[in-house]
Design a protein around this ligand. Structure first.
Ligand code: GLC
Length: 428
């Protein structure tokens, strides 16, 4: 078998191994539940060999939707004592399935559109049936996570951005106070992975403090956004939602849905873009909503302006300059944090490593905007680290070494759907 064929077979085997009966865990032990954006990307991988199973993954994700429209970041379909923080810590019982009390980047509409447009009648039927529920989720983002007076959506917890310990969050986390009565807890992640590659104890105290604040207000999401301990605007969430609104609009135009409302979200989104432009760095950066301060570096989600089709010509040109500069500093594009910025660490989770799901979106956006060579570099580099190291959770952008979780579902899925040579020539 060719090398690509061999890797394709291994990737399929990982998805099947991580399947828990209609939903897929990101990796055994470290992440034993269903995660929101993981499932969406995983569906793209299943779709290369079992489209019915791909839709099933998304349908199971939607089963966890709260009455207010939120789709939680984790669905606790079991109670695994090997994971912290589990359902008894979150105490977020507002949905049909025990879950976390926050959400995750809304990539679902974009994945549904991709499946519908590459599929047949069954795909159209199953995708059309989801439009109302996805719109309810987007409405939740545009209301519950839109702080008063802030021109863009924001987030209450770094975990909601999917980029847990990125240095983007340092200013917001430093502004918080950890209460003296924070309950003692035991981390499980550092038992399953190398602590040097995981978030620090101080960061974890702050992550848990935000969960306590959510519990204390009974997961009243508007209250948590308005008065919670942490409130930052994230270019990742912002660009992903803008893109997802555009994809949802395309679906609603084709199958029926609230097109005017969605158009309003897109208009408001586009109008807010400048809020995230950091003139000191000439880049889209995370921003603390209460102090107005910008984060101190360029991250991989800064490059999602192309994916969202956002920003002025000058902002996009400056973003390209950053991507090219970083491409000269790192062996593999696009690291999650700028190697030239403070707090870069090549192997610590979101402080530098390459992540396949962000880079898939970065590459797609660059390709759509006509920057084919850079788009190919991002895809080739991801393929190269997988061929070199295997299906890890993330990768050192300097050496290509694999970091943290092994046999990781979204890495396998995006290999099959995007990075594999067979995906490029349309054979997967
Ligand atoms: C980590 C990642 C997050 C992901 C989850 C499961 O928390 O930061 O993006 O969804 O693991 O893979």
């Amino acid at each position: 078998m060719s090398m690509a064929g061999d890797l394709d077979a291994r990737a399929k085997a990982i998805l099947l191994k991580n399947d828990r009966g209609g939903y897929t865990v990101p990796t055994a032990r470290l992440y034993p539940y269903q995660w929101n954006w993981d499932s969406a990307f995983v569906a793209l991988g299943f779709a290369t060999f079992d489209r019915a199973r791909a839709w099933w993954e998304l349908e199971m994700l939607l089963e966890g939707q709260w009455p207010d429209g939120m789709i939680p970041h984790i669905l606790f379909r079991s109670n695994d004592p090997d994971y912290f923080p589990g359902p008894s810590v979150w105490q977020a019982d507002l949905g049909p399935i025990p879950s976390g009390g926050i959400s995750q980047p809304p990539v679902l509409a974009s994945v549904v559109r991709a499946l519908v447009e590459s599929g047949g009648e069954d795909d159209a039927r199953r995708g059309a049936a989801m439009i109302g529920r996805i719109a309810a989720w987007h409405r939740w983002w545009h209301t519950a996570r839109r702080p008063d007076g802030c021109p863009v959506i924001a987030t209450v917890h770094p975990w909601e951005t999917g980029r847990d310990n990125c240095p983007d969050w340092t200013i917001g986390l430093d502004a918080m106070t950890v209460p003296d009565d924070l309950e003692p807890y035991t981390r499980m992640d550092v038992k399953h992975a190398n602590p040097a590659q995981r978030p620090s104890k101080d960061q974890y105290d702050r992550f848990v403090t935000i969960i306590k604040a959510g519990r204390d207000c009974g997961w009243d999401q508007k209250a948590l956004t308005g008065n919670g301990p942490f409130l930052m605007a994230d270019p990742g969430l912002y660009f992903i939602l803008l893109r997802a609104d555009r994809d949802l609009l395309a679906l609603a135009r084709r199958f029926g849905g609230e097109t005017e409302e969605i158009e309003g979200w897109i208009e408001a989104g586009v109008a807010g873009t400048d809020y995230l432009w950091n003139p000191a760095l000439d880049a889209f950066c995370a921003r603390d909503v209460r102090s107005g301060a910008f984060s101190s570096g360029v991250s991989s989600v800064s490059a999602l302006a192309f994916y969202a089709d956002a920003g002025t010509d000058a902002q996009r040109a400056a973003t390209l300059v950053h991507i090219e500069r970083i491409g000269g500093e790192a062996t593999y594009l696009m690291p999650s944090w700028d190697p030239a910025a403070p707090l870069f660490e090549a192997q610590r989770y979101w402080c530098g490593p390459l992540w396949c799901q962000v880079n898939y979106m970065v590459s797609r956006g660059l390709a759509e905007a006509g920057h084919g060579a850079l788009a190919d570099r991002v895809r080739d580099d991801l393929a190269a680290v997988i061929a070199k190291s295997g299906f890890y959770e993330c990768f050192d952008p300097i050496t290509g070494a694999g970091c943290i979780g092994t046999d990781f579902s979204w890495t396998a899925a995006l290999w099959l759907a995007w990075a594999s040579p067979n995906a490029r020539n349309g054979e997967n």
